[in-house]
Design a protein around this ligand. Structure first.
Ligand code: GLC
Ligand code: CA
Length: 573
C-alpha cells in the first residue's frame, strides 16, 4: 500500500459521527466575576446580557455558565438551595430567560451547571431530611445513626478536619458531605431522589437550555453500607469515590430518562476517572454522557499527597504531551474528548502553562490558545484567557474568598503547619487566581463594577483589558478570534486524526491533523528560548502558513526557527 493510501485509510478510520457539540467551541463564564450591572460589586445575569455582543464577537458557539441557582454561597453557588430559582444576587428568572433568548438569537447555545452530587444544607429537602428520622425526605441524603458507632472515615475536600461525616444532634446521626458541611451529599441510591433530579433537568431543558455540565458527577453513587475504604484504593479517596457501585447505571438511566429526549449536550466533571474507564462514560454503546473533563493535565506538576502544592521540579513538556496524546488516543475511534487548560477551579492558563511575564504573556497566551483550538476535542475556553489574564498571587489571606484556600489555611494554622509555604503555593495554585473580575477596560475596577468588587481585581488591568485589545490588530483577543475561525474553516482541525511528532522534544510540541487528503501541521514552542524544528521530510512540504502568533516566521528549508513561545499552523500541500 502506498503511503498516501495508508494515510487515507487511517484518517477515514478516524471520522466519527458528527455533532454540533463536537464542532463547537465553549466559552465558560463565571457569573460572579464577569460583569456587574447594578453596582453591588457582584457580577450578574444583566451584566452578561450587556456583554452578549462581545461574546458573539469571539465566535464561540456554546456558553457554559457556572451555577446561577439560589444558594447561600458557601462554595460560590456549588451549594444549591433551590434548583429552579435564580440566585437573587444574579437576578431573576426573567433575566435568565432574556439571557437565554439573547444567546439563541446570536446562535449561541447555553449549557448550565448541574450540581447534583450534593445540595446546600439550606435546601428544603435537607431541612426536612434533618428534622426527623422518619421524615419522608430522610433518604434523600446519607445518614448514619449514631447508635451504630462512628461511621468509617470518609475524606472531605472542604472540611477543616478532613472529615466527611458531620454529627447532627437533632436526630443523633451523622450525615455525609464530601465537600463542605454545608454541601450534604444527595442519596442517588434512592430512586425517588433520582426522579426529582431528572425533573429538575427537564425543567431547564424545557425552558430551552442546551445541556448540562455535571458537577463531580463521578461521585454520585455510594456503597451505602459505608465499609472501610478497600485497600486497593491505597487511601486514594477520589478514586474510591469515582467507583461507586451503580454509577454507570445512573448515568445511563439519566440519559434515557432525560437527555436522550432533547438535542442537548452533557459534559461530566469526572474527578479521578482515568483512561481505562473513560469509554464507559462516553462511548456510543454506553449512552451515558457526551464528554467529560479529566484531571490528568490539571493535576500534573502538583505534589502528590499534599493538597495543591506546585511541585518545585515543575513539569515537563514531554509529560504534558504524553497526557494529551494518551487522552486523544482513547477517543480516536469512539467517544469524544474535551480539552481545557483553565477554569474556575484552576489558576490562570498563561501563568501555569505559559509565561506571564510582560515580555511573553501575549505570545504564550496565543500559543496556548492555538493548542486548545487545534486539538481533536471540544475546546473549553475560560473567560479572560482570551485576553491573557494572569494569576493575581494574593499575599494576604484576607484577600482570598475561596472556601478551599480558607479551609486549608485554617487547618494548617491550627495544626502549627507551615503557613508561609502554603501561602506561597497558593500564588500558583489557588482557585481565586482565576476568579478575579474580568478586565473590560482601563477605567476604575476595569469596568467590571461601579461599586466595590467582591474580590480584588488584578492590578494589571490597565494594560491587560479587552477594550485595549480591541484596538490592537495583533492582540491576544484578536488572535483568539482568528484561530477560532480557522478551526471552523478546516474540518481536519476538528475531526482529523492527531499524530504526535518528536515525542521527546522538551521545547516544541508538534503534531499533524489529517483528514482525507488534507493535512495540517501544528508547531508550538513551549519554551522561552529559540527552538529549531525540522519538519519531517515525508510530511509534504511546501506548506502554507495559516496562522502564526508572532510578526515573522523563519524557515531554513525544512527547518522552522521557532522564536520563544511561537506557534504556527501550517497547511501541507
Ligand atoms: C466542582 C466545582 C467546584 C466545586 C466542587 C464542589 O469541582 O467545579 O468549583 O467547589 O465541585 O461542588
Ligand atoms: Ca450585581
Amino acid at each position: 500500500m502506498s503511503e498516501k493510501q495508508n494515510a487515507q485509510n487511517n484518517s477515514e478510520h478516524s471520522i466519527v459521527a458528527k455533532n454540533w457539540w463536537k464542532e463547537g467551541v465553549v466559552y465558560q463564564i463565571y457569573p460572579r466575576s464577569f460583569k456587574d450591572s447594578n453596582g453591588d460589586g457582584i457580577g450578574d445575569l444583566q451584566g452578561i446580557i450587556s456583554k452578549l455582543d462581545y461574546i458573539q464577537s469571539l465566535g464561540v458557539d456554546i456558553v457554559w455558565l457556572n451555577p446561577i441557582f439560589a444558594s447561600p454561597n458557601d462554595d460560590n453557588g456549588y451549594d444549591v438551595s433551590d434548583y429552579c430559582a435564580i440566585m437573587p444576587e444574579f437576578g431573576t428568572m426573567n433575566d435568565f430567560d432574556l439571557l437565554l433568548s439573547g444567546l439563541h438569537e446570536r446562535n449561541i447555545k447555553l449549557v448550565i451547571d448541574g450540581v447534583f452530587n450534593h445540595s446546600s444544607d439550606e435546601h428544603i429537602w435537607f431541612k426536612e431530611s434533618r428534622s426527623s428520622r422518619t421524615n419522608k425526605y430522610r433518604n434523600y441524603y446519607h445518614w448514619w445513626p449514631a447508635e451504630k458507632g462512628k461511621p468509617h472515615h470518609r475524606f472531605s475536600f472542604f472540611d477543616e478536619n478532613n472529615d466527611a461525616w458531620k454529627y447532627d444532634e437533632l436526630t443523633d446521626a451523622y450525615y455525609l458531605h464530601y465537600f463542605s458541611a454545608k454541601q450534604p451529599d444527595l442519596n442517588w441510591e434512592n430512586p425517588q431522589l433520582r426522579q426529582e433530579i431528572y425533573k429538575i433537568m427537564r425543567f431547564w431543558l424545557d425552558k430551552g437550555v442546551d445541556g448540562f455540565r455535571l458537577d463531580v458527577i463521578s461521585f454520585i453513587s455510594k456503597d451505602v453500607s459505608f465499609p472501610p475504604i478497600p485497600e486497593i484504593y491505597n487511601n486514594d479517596f477520589p478514586r474510591y469515590y469515582a467507583n461507586g457501585p451503580h454509577l454507570h447505571q445512573y448515568l445511563q438511566e439519566m440519559n434515557k430518562e432525560v437527555f436522550s429526549n432533547y438535542n442537548c449536550m452533557t459534559v461530566g466533571e469526572c474527578v479521578a476517572v482515568d483512561i481505562n474507564d473513560a469509554l464507559q462514560f462516553v462511548d456510543s454503546e454506553s449512552k451515558a454522557l457526551n464528554m467529560f473533563f479529566h484531571f490528568d493535565s490539571v493535576d500534573y506538576g502538583y505534589k502528590k499527597n499534599e493538597f495543591k502544592q506546585p511541585d518545585p521540579n515543575g513539569w515537563k513538556l514531554t509529560g504534558f504531551k504524553e497526557i494529551f496524546s494518551k487522552w486523544n488516543d482513547v477517543f480516536a475511534d469512539n467517544g469524544w474528548g474535551s480539552i481545557y487548560l483553565g477554569n474556575h477551579d484552576q489558576p490562570r492558563m498563561v501563568s501555569r502553562w505559559g509565561n506571564d511575564s510582560p515580555e511573553y504573556r501575549e505570545a504564550s497566551s496565543k500559543m496556548l490558545l492555538t493548542f486548545l483550538l487545534t486539538m481533536r476535542s471540544t475546546p473549553y475556553i475560560y473567560m479572560g484567557d482570551e485576553i491573557g489574564m494572569r494569576n493575581i498571587r494574593f499575599n494576604a489571606i484576607e484577600d482570598y474568598r475561596d472556601i478551599d484556600t480558607l479551609k486549608n489555611y485554617h487547618q494548617i494554622k491550627n495544626t502549627n503547619g507551615d503557613v508561609d509555604y502554603f501561602m506561597e503555593g497558593q500564588k500558583a495554585t489557588a482557585r481565586d487566581n482565576a476568579r478575579t473580575p474580568f478586565q473590560w477596560n482601563e477605567k476604575e475596577h476595569a469596568g467590571f463594577t461601579d461599586g466595590e468588587p467582591w474580590i480584588k481585581l488584578n492590578p494589571d488591568w490597565e494594560f491587560v483589558n479587552a477594550a485595549l485589545q480591541e484596538t490592537m490588530e495583533d492582540s491576544v483577543l484578536n488572535y483568539f478570534r482568528k484561530i477560532l475561525k480557522l478551526r471552523k474553516q478546516f474540518p481536519e482541525l476538528i475531526y482529523g486524526k492527531y499524530e504526535l511528532l518528536e515525542k521527546e522534544n522538551e521545547e516544541v510540541y508538534a503534531y499533524t491533523r489529517i483528514l482525507n487528503d488534507e493535512k495540517i501541521l501544528v508547531v508550538l514552542n513551549f519554551s522561552k528560548t529559540n527552538a529549531p524544528f525540522s519538519i519531517p521530510e515525508n510530511i509534504g512540504l511546501p506548506g502554507e502558513v495559516l496562522i502564526n502568533n508572532l510578526k515573522e516566521i523563519i524557515f531554513h528549508k525544512s527547518v522552522i526557527e521557532l522564536l520563544p513561545y511561537q506557534a504556527a499552523v501550517i497547511r501541507l500541500l
